[in-house]
Design a protein. Structure first.
Length: 433
């Protein structure tokens, strides 16, 4: 009898340990393709939200740019920001509050290694009714940067949102390596095949098969090469060419025949002129110059399309205004906001690289996602100061969430801005530890 009780105690302890160290969102994850009918919407389609990662370590100077981005985006869509710690949360609230109110901004304490969420964040897909996401492997651009925490972000965001996450276990794919028109056509480049950052490097057939199964892609347009100086991604497509609608592509070009990148960009232009859309029709291709830097030109097509704005990188360059004028003509219904990225580009990316869109689908009509709304509280205005320890909140939570919050620290705190004294603070607790 004593042996049976010992065995039972062992089983219970093992189950408790399994639950304690269960990966975030495991019950929502599937190592398989999504069901037939799911697709990756285009960036120019309506958004539910934009996701950002708050910069830290050597990226501290980027905080001003993110605050300016939040200011431009938050009137047209939710903005969700990942922070590593409570101190980062306080810094983010203080910094962004200098530019705008935070009524439509939510913070999540999800650990991450860097701010380039485009490359490691989830890729959202939907079937017209429900939304899910895909988690692709991420390895810090060939292991050149820390990535262990970044690689877990998609599953943790999926848990926050209460959505299914389909995990791909094959080759590495960063989000900046693809761009889609929402109709089954994908732009990509041979950076996906480059053995310098892929080990092992996939074949074109393997890439196209995975894009078809996981993102609903039926036609892939392959561009070639990369801009001089792009030694991190070796040609992510979001610096070479982008969709601005289902039938129009903008492409970087070098106006100077003797300038850096001229041959690569001309070759890609010819590829785009010969490409066809989902219906077999040629695309309209609009060219945008790269910056005039004599060695390392930067791209203006690394913009981000929000619901009401287009965020465009500029570089204090003579070609800034020409690029902005072209982009304004392509987005007559959106406000074009220029952001100085003259130093951000030296870090290996621009605006598009630090943003991630969550499409609007189903019941995404401005209400909080189902997986988040059930955890939201309206707390007294006395809590408008930076959020304290999680334990101070457990008394306000239901018994079930009290148990989880004690057993699965640290939880992720989502909060809107510190409001004026006459308003209540919207505070959400998620269990994506």
């Amino acid at each position: 009898m004593r042996g049976r009780w010992a065995l039972l105690a062992f089983v219970v302890a093992a189950c408790m340990l399994f639950w304690r160290f269960l990966p975030a969102g495991s019950h929502l994850c599937r190592v398989s393709p999504p069901p037939e009918g799911y697709r990756m919407p285009a960036e120019f389609e309506p958004h539910k939200a934009t996701w950002l990662s708050w910069p830290h370590t050597f990226e501290l100077r980027a905080r001003k740019i993110l605050a300016q981005m939040v200011d431009a985006l938050q009137e047209g869509e939710e903005v969700h920001i990942l922070v590593n710690s409570e101190s980062e949360l306080e810094n983010a609230v203080e910094t962004i509050s200098k530019y705008c109110t935070l009524d439509n901004v939510f913070f999540h304490t999800i650990e991450h290694d860097d701010m380039w969420i485009r490359d490691y964040g989830p890729i959202f897909i939907d079937d017209g009714v429900s939304q899910a996401c895909v988690d692709w492997p991420f390895d810090g651009w060939g292991g050149r940067e820390p990535y262990e925490r970044d690689d877990l972000v998609p599953r943790r965001i999926a848990r926050i949102l209460g959505m299914r996450c389909y995990v791909f276990r094959g080759f590495v794919l960063e989000g900046g390596a693809i761009d889609v028109n929402g109709k089954g056509v994908c732009l990509t480049s041979d950076s996906l095949l480059n053995p310098k950052i892929r080990s092992p490097a996939p074949t074109r057939q393997e890439v196209e098969q995975a894009l078809r199964k996981y993102l609903g892609i039926r036609r892939v347009i392959w561009l070639e090469g990369y801009l001089p100086g792009d030694i991190y991604t070796y040609g992510h497509v979001d610096s070479l060419a982008r969709f601005v609608n289902a039938n129009t592509i903008v492409a970087s070009y070098q106006p100077d025949p003797n300038g850096p990148g001229y041959e690569v960009l001309e070759r890609n232009y010819r590829i785009l002129l010969n490409a066809v859309d989902q219906d077999g029709n040629p695309f309209k291709v609009v060219r945008i110059p790269v910056s005039s830097d004599p060695k390392y030109p930067s791209s203006y097509v690394n913009f981000y399309i929000g619901n009401e704005v287009v965020l465009v990188p500029v570089y204090n360059d003579p070609r800034d205004e020409e690029a902005l004028s072209i982009i304004r003509s392509l987005f007559p219904g959106r406000r074009v906001v220029a952001l100085d990225c003259s130093w951000l580009t030296l870090m290996g990316g621009e605006i598009h690289c630090i943003t991630l869109q969550q499409p609007k689908v189903g019941n995404s009509n401005g209400e909080k996602p189902d997986g988040l709304a059930s955890h939201c509280l309206s707390l007294p205005t006395k809590l408008s100061a930076p959020v304290g320890k999680l334990q101070s909140l457990t008394q306000a939570l239901s018994p079930r969430f009290q148990r989880f919050s004690r057993n699965r620290l640290p939880s992720h705190l989502h909060r809107a801005s510190p409001p004026p004294p006459e308003h209540a603070l919207n505070l959400c607790v998620s269990l994506a530890s």
